[in-house]
Design a protein around this ligand. Structure first.
Ligand SMILES: Nc1ncnc2c1ncn2[C@@H]1O[C@H](COP(=O)(O)OP(=O)(O)OP(=O)(O)O)[C@@H](O)[C@H]1O
Length: 252
C-alpha cells in the first residue's frame, strides 16, 4: 500500500488538566475523503488546528507526504501542500469572484504584494482562476462581486480559494454549516468531484453528508479515536453507537 499523505502518531494536546487530543493516530490516504466525527467538545477543531500549525502539540508527530512537519509554521505547511477551509478563509467582499481566486493563485506563486491592477492584467493568472472557477461550476459568477453571492456560493468560492494553492491535503472545517438542503447537495457534489485531485480530512456534523462522502471515518470522543473504518463499519460499531449516537444498552 502507498504511504499515507497524512500520518498522525500519538498526538497529544492538553489544556490545563484537560486532554483535548489524547494520543491520536490518524492516516489520510491519497484519493480519500476521511471524515472525522465526534460529539461537541470531542477535540476535532483542536486536532485540525494542530495539523495546520496553529496550535503546538504537547506530544506526538505529524507527517505530510512522508516528511515530519512538526516544527513548521502554517505558511511552511501550506507550501508543503496543506490547505484549510471554511472556518478561517477570508474573502475580499468588495472584489469580484475572479479577483479573489486570482489573488489566491498569485499568493501561491509567491507574489503577495502585487497591485490588483497587475493581477487583472495577468492573462495566465486570469486563465488559471477561470479554470478553477469552471471546475467548481462558478464560471458564470466570475464577474460578480463577492458581497452579492449567496451563502452557498460563498462557501463554494472559499473552497476554490483553498484549491488555488494546489494542496495535497485539504482540511475541511464543517463545509455544510449554515447551508440549506439544495446548497448542501451542491457542496457534496463539489467535494465528491475533487476526491481524485486532493485528499480530504472532513470535520462535519451533518451525518448525511459524512456518510455520502467518506471513504473512511474516524470517531473522536473525549480526545481519543475510538474507531476508524468504512461508513458501514462505523454505522454498526457498538462503541460508536453508544458514545456518539447516544444509544444505551436498553431496548426501546
Ligand atoms: N484554547 C482552549 N483553551 C482551553 N480549552 C480549550 C481550548 N480550545 C478547546 N478547548 C477545550 O478542548 C476540548 C475540545 O474542544 P474542540 O473545540 O476541539 O472540540 P470539537 O470537537 O471541535 O467541538 P465542536 O464540535 O463543538 O466544534 C473542549 O473541552 C474545549 O472546551
Amino acid at each position: 500500500m502507498t504511504a499515507p499523505i497524512l500520518a498522525v502518531r500519538g498526538l497529544v494536546k492538553r489544556f490545563g488538566g484537560l486532554l483535548a487530543t489524547d494520543a491520536v493516530d490518524l492516516d489520510v490516504r491519497a484519493g480519500e475523503i476521511h471524515a472525522l466525527i465526534g460529539p461537541n467538545g470531542a477535540g476535532k477543531t483542536t486536532l485540525i488546528s494542530q495539523l495546520f500549525g496553529e496550535l503546538r502539540p504537547d506530544g506526538g508527530t505529524i507527517e505530510l507526504d512522508g516528511k515530519v512537519i512538526d516544527g513548521l509554521s502554517t505558511a511552511e505547511r501550506v507550501s508543503r501542500g496543506l490547505a484549510r477551509s471554511f472556518q478561517i478563509t477570508c474573502l475580499l467582499s468588495d472584489y469580484s469572484v475572479r479577483d479573489n481566486v486570482a489573488i489566491a493563485v498569485q499568493v501561491r506563486q509567491g507574489h503577495s504584494f502585487r497591485f490588483l491592477a497587475n493581477v487583472r492584467a495577468d492573462r495566465e493568472l486570469r486563465a488559471e482562476a477561470d479554470a478553477l472557477l469552471a471546475g467548481a461550476g462558478l464560471a458564470e459568477r466570475a464577474e460578480e462581486i463577492v458581497a452579492n453571492l449567496s451563502h452557498g456560493e460563498r462557501k463554494q468560492l472559499e473552497l476554490v480559494v483553498a484549491l488555488a494553492s494546489r494542496p495535497r491535503l485539504l482540511l475541511l472545517d464543517e463545509p455544510m454549516a449554515g447551508l440549506g438542503h439544495t446548497e448542501s447537495q451542491q457542496m457534496i457534489e463539489m467535494l465528491r468531484g475533487l476526491r481524485e485531485t486532493v485528499a480530504m480530512l472532513l470535520v462535519e456534523h451533518d451525518m448525511d453528508a459524512v456518510f455520502k462522502l467518506a471513504d473512511r471515518i474516524s470517531v473522536l470522543v473525549y480526545g481519543r479515536v475510538i474507531a476508524t473504518g468504512s461508513p458501514d463499519d462505523i454505522r454498526d460499531h457498538p462503541e460508536v453507537r453508544k458514545a456518539y449516537l447516544g444509544e444505551g444498552d436498553e431496548t426501546c
